[in-house]
Structure formats: structure tokens, C-alpha cells
Design a protein. Structure first.
Length: 270
């Protein structure tokens, strides 16, 4: 019986130890299979090393993406790929595809999605945020009401500056449902300061059911609304969505399906 090659075994253990010390844990776990494949397929040392490191890189990127998605706090699994463009015939698909490339983030361009409830504004905003996270950008999703409430608590608790830094941080900030719920008096100031801090530096996506001419009424302060819009619209893409509500269309579709099923199974009277 041939004695085991203790030198080879020692080198293998040292290699695994080096990988563990460098916190390349996925590469360390994959080391046996990569070495077996290299021996079986006759791979060069360079090719085997590339395979080993690519496993670690893929795992690292997956962890970073998972972290970005957790931080983003996206409310639904919606993406741009599953948006129903047939239900929004006036929407420019090419423009949405361009926004989905996330190049608008490189120029700190803002996106305003305006339209009645149920036409897909939140779906698009979540899709853009998800695309940004996948592209490696830090993004955060909130509603206008939650942002106002968080800023209100921060002011009371003496954390205003910290909260402002938090909202200034992400490359993309999504503010959903502006105009849906009444906002407290200090909300106008909070929203303005968030917008002002990010002006020409990072991007904001806002969804609203109110036209920009009504923002003074929404915020309760026409002067602040005008100043905020001046900054948002300086470098922006404005999309007006219309059409039937997604939820109403789904309701009508289900009702029609139920009606057809009921009439289709009804037995004729004898």
C-alpha cells in the first residue's frame, strides 16, 4: 500500500487555512471540487485559480445584492419586466427601458410619476428601485407619510441631523404616494430639506396622484412647494400615467370569469 502524500495534504490544508484567514469562505468550501475538476479536465493552475476566485466573487456579489435589497425596503416583488404595458398604452416603453438602465442616476436626474390611483405608479417606482439595487446602487423606498412621520419623531427626539443624513445617503430615494394622505404641518419643511440636500447630487423618484400645480395644497405651503418643485424639475423626467386602475381591471376580470363559470355550469330547467 502506498503511503499518503503528506506534503500534498499539508499544502491543501494550508491553502484552505489561507482562504479562511482571508475570509474567502466560499472559495474554501469549493476548493476540493475545483481541485478535482482541475485534475480531471487537465486545467492549468491559472484556469483553476480563476474558477476558484469566480465562485467567491459570485457569492460576494450575491450577499451584497441581498444587503442592498434588504436596505431598500421594497414593499412588493414588482419589477419592470412584469409591468403590464398593454394596460398603459400611452407609456413610452423605450423611455422606461432607458430608465431601467439606471443611467439617469449618473446625472442625478429625478423621476416624477403622476396619475390616478391604480395605474402602476408604485409598480414602476419599485421596479426602478429594484433595477438600481441590481445595478449596484444603494436605494431606499418610503412613502411620503412615513418620511414625514419619521422626520417628526426625529425633530422631537433631537435626531434631525442624523435623519437628514440618512435620507441624503442612498443614490436613489423613492417617495411613494405623495398626496394620498393628509400630511402634518411640518411635512413640507421635511420634504423640502430632503429634496434640497439631494439636489444635483442624487436622484429621487416620486409617485403622486396630484398634478404639480396642486402640490401647494398637498403640502399646505405654496412657497415651499414651488421651491421644492424648482429643484425636482430642474433635471427630471415627468411621466403622466392614465387609464383604468389595475385593481379595478382585476376585479372586473375575476367577476367576468366567475360569471362565465356560473353560466357555463348552470343546468337547463326540465
Amino acid at each position: 500500500m502506498t503511503a499518503p502524500d503528506t506534503t500534498t495534504a499539508s499544502l491543501y490544508q494550508r491553502l484552505r487555512g489561507h482562504l479562511a484567514t482571508l475570509k474567502l469562505h466560499d472559495a474554501a468550501e469549493a476548493l476540493p471540487s475545483v481541485l478535482d475538476r482541475a485534475q480531471k479536465d487537465g486545467l492549468s493552475m491559472t484556469a483553476a485559480l480563476e474558477q476558484l476566485l469566480s465562485i467567491e466573487v459570485d457569492a460576494t456579489e450575491a450577499r451584497r445584492l441581498a444587503g442592498r435589497l434588504r436596505f431598500a425596503c421594497l414593499p412588493t416583488p414588482a419589477s419592470l419586466d412584469d409591468f403590464d404595458f398593454d394596460a398603459a398604452p400611452g407609456l413610452d416603453r423605450a423611455l422606461i427601458a432607458e430608465l431601467g438602465s439606471c443611467r439617469f442616476l449618473e446625472t442625478a436626474t429625478n423621476v416624477l410619476l403622476i396619475g390616478p390611483p391604480g395605474v402602476g405608479k408604485t409598480h414602476l417606482s419599485v421596479g426602478l428601485a429594484r433595477a438600481a439595487a441590481y445595478a449596484g446602487y444603494r436605494t431606499y423606498f418610503t412613502t411620503a407619510a412615513d418620511l414625514a412621520a419619521r422626520c417628526h419623531r426625529a425633530a422631537i427626539e433631537g435626531r434631525w441631523a442624523t435623519t437628514m443624513r440618512f435620507y441624503a445617503g442612498p443614490t436613489l430615494l423613492v417617495i411613494d404616494e405623495l398626496g394620498y394622505l393628509p400630511l402634518p404641518g411640518e411635512a413640507a419643511s421635511a420634504l423640502f430639506q430632503v429634496v434640497a440636500q439631494r439636489y444635483l447630487k442624487t436622484s429621487i423618484v416620486i409617485t403622486t396622484n396630484r398634478g404639480v400645480g396642486e402640490w401647494g395644497e398637498v403640502l399646505g405651503d405654496t412657497t415651499v412647494a414651488a421651491a421644492m418643485l424648482d429643484r425636482l424639475l430642474h433635471r427630471s423626467v415627468v411621466l403622466n400615467l392614465d387609464g383604468d386602475s389595475y385593481r379595478l381591471r382585476d376585479h372586473h376580470a375575476r367577476a367576468e370569469k366567475l360569471r362565465q363559470a356560473t353560466t357555463g355550469t348552470r343546468q337547463p330547467l326540465q
